[in-house]
Write a protein that binds this ligand. Structure first.
Ligand code: ZN
Length: 555
């Protein structure tokens, strides 16, 4: 079957196409060149006057893993406000802050997204995370495996094991957990919390292991680079949410010594201590450091006002934040020798000084970082806001007068503490396409997604151009996933299963000898069960597994 998309304005940053009118042909799920000679188009869509982009990719969204189910269990009142009824095509579920798995897939697709990446897959819990993501229809998915507070790695660092041994352990863990990247959360801090430390700065030692966050970041970032993983070490830094943490963030950027590093939800790590409330914006300094250091990429973790729930591996910071829980209930837990977890419901208020300034800090960051290829549009779903608020966020970035109208309504002291009103920049459609498509695919190392040239999978979103960017991005005309039409006029019309993206870095098999002893002695899980097999991902016909090449190798 040959499909033709005719006459749309194509935004394909990967090919440098910025709004040119172009036809797109689809065959067998992929984009193809215009066939030569006589050919018959089986189905044609007239896209004159429409905007065409590839399907959007959320490079950091909490859509799989135990914390999601804790958040769901904790918030029955949130579900009750947003029940989702069964239709002929879609299953029932519930929505808002932490939607059910099926609703997650539908709502992402209905906004034009075709992939989402879970940033905190705990190795010991990876099977559950993948099974949960296997329940999310339409979307492609993948995960970054969480390391850095695991007892095994910290023991290796205490014992001064060499980089090669650490690389083998990282590669083994990535393969066992079926990951495409490596994430570190509050490096060493999740572990330190279990030894009664309540804070851990970049050069502070974990009291049990004598290891600092800086050392953990260095060895993991080196491992990621030496193993040839495209996605840089994905870092949730020290001191999340602490006033003055911008200095730690600046130190983290300098301290990585030029190695590739992605700093996630940087809004939560960009705070100064100026002003009457001893809380100020560090966005300008952070943006300047990002602009100067080309090895650094960031996503923002924008907060937007309203009810949500925060779910994080950062038990240390979640414990500290529990006093702000709204509604007032929360969970902090241990995950045996691996990590921890904290879930705290949260309501961001525009008349709360801190929340209002957090909102402004996120937007300042978006607008002050020059290179859209190195900054990504996230709310750290659900931590800053549910992912369903992306169209509103896009309007804030693209429409200065709308942004300033909202700014004029927030806490007056916060208005005084932000430079937002003076920032003229408005994102272009091409810049949005970079942040949410081409840049994300490049950052994660997806070989044939996020672009519209021949050979790419036909993940395509079609919008009606509208000066109200929120309305435009809320309701695409069409969404194609792997060449199949899944959304029409912002509603799911057909569902399918996406693929799971992974990498498979090499390791010396002898790494398992020590691990075997370690598992037998300390863990409740057997080493054999720890390793997820390929067919576990693909059984039940729920999608496929896509293995991406390592850097320096060919697909
Ligand atoms: Zn996150």
């Amino acid at each position: 079957m040959l499909i033709k998309l005719t006459g749309g304005a194509v935004y394909d940053p990967a090919s440098g196409i910025d709004g040119a009118k172009q036809d797109i042909y689809i065959q067998d799920g992929r984009i193809v060149n215009k066939p030569v000679g006589d050919f018959k188009v089986d189905k044609e869509y007239d896209l004159n006057g429409k905007v065409v982009m590839s399907g959007a990719i959320d490079m950091h969204t909490h859509i799989g893993g135990g914390k999601g189910n804790i958040a769901r269990t904790l918030l029955p009142e949130d579900h009750r406000q947003d029940p989702v009824h069964r239709t002929d095509i879609c299953r029932s579920g519930c929505g808002h802050a932490m939607p059910s798995t099926f609703v997650t897939g539908y709502r992402y697709a209905e906004m034009g997204y075709t992939a989402g990446f879970e940033p905190a897959v705990l190795p010991i819990n990876a099977r559950q995370a993948h099974m949960e993501m296997a329940d999310i229809p339409i979307l492609d998915k993948g995960g970054y495996v969480l390391m850095g507070s695991d007892d095994y790695l910290l023991r290796m660092l205490t014992a001064k094991k060499d980089q090669k041994a650490i690389n083998d352990y990282v590669a083994f863990t990535m393969q066992a957990a079926k990951a495409i990247g490596v994430k570190v959360v509050n490096p060493g801090g999740i572990s330190a919390f279990k030894f009664n430390q309540r804070k851990l700065d970049l050069d502070e030692q974990n009291s049990h292991y004598g290891v600092t966050p800086r050392e953990i970041l260095r060895v993991l970032a080196t491992a990621v680079k030496e193993l040839g993983i495209t996605h840089p070490l994905h870092v949730h830094g020290c001191n999340l949410g602490v006033p003055g943490n911008m200095n730690t963030t600046l130190d983290t950027i300098q301290g990585i010594g030029g190695l590739p590093m992605h700093l996630t939800h940087i809004q939560f790590h960009s705070y100064g201590t100026e002003g009457d409330f001893k809380f100020s914006s560090g966005a300008a300094q952070i943006a300047e450091a990002v602009n100067l250091n080309k090895n650094i990429t960031i996503d923002v973790g924008q907060i937007l006002f309203g009810q949500t729930v925060t779910a994080s591996g950062d038990n240390m910071r979640q414990h500290a934040n529990h006093k702000h829980a709204s509604p007032n209930k929360w969970v902090t837990m241990d995950i045996e020798c691996d990590a921890g977890c904290g879930v705290v419901p949260f309501k961001y208020k525009d008349q709360n000084f801190v929340n209002a300034l957090q909102w402004a800090i996120g937007l300042e960051t978006f607008l002050l970082v020059d290179d859209p290829w190195r900054i990504f549009l996230t709310t750290d779903h659900p931590n800053g806001a549910p992912f369903t608020s992306y169209p509103h966020l896009i309007r804030l970035l693209m429409d200065r007068s709308f942004r300033n109208d909202v700014l004029a309504t927030i806490h007056p002291e916060a208005q005084k503490m932000t430079t937002l009103a003076s920032i003229e920049r408005e994102y272009s459609l091409q810049e949005i396409a970079i942040m949410t498509r081409a840049g994300a695919a490049r950052l994660i190392g997806l070989q044939d997604r996020g672009a519209l040239s021949a050979g790419n999978w036909a993940d395509i979103t079609v919008y009606t151009d509208n000066a109200d960017r929120q309305l435009m991005f809320e309701k695409p005309d069409y969404v194609f996933k792997d060449g199949e039409l899944v959304v029409v006029d912002g509603k799911v019309v057909h569902t399918k299963w996406g693929t799971t993206h992974v990498v498979k870095p090499d390791f010396d098999a002898s790494v398992e000898k020590d691990l075997q002893k370690y598992f037998d002695r300390f863990l409740t899980m057997k080493l054999g069960n720890f390793k997820i097999s390929d067919d576990e991902i693909t059984e039940d016909g729920r999608g496929s597994l896509t293995v991406h090449p390592l850097k320096g190798t060919v697909a």
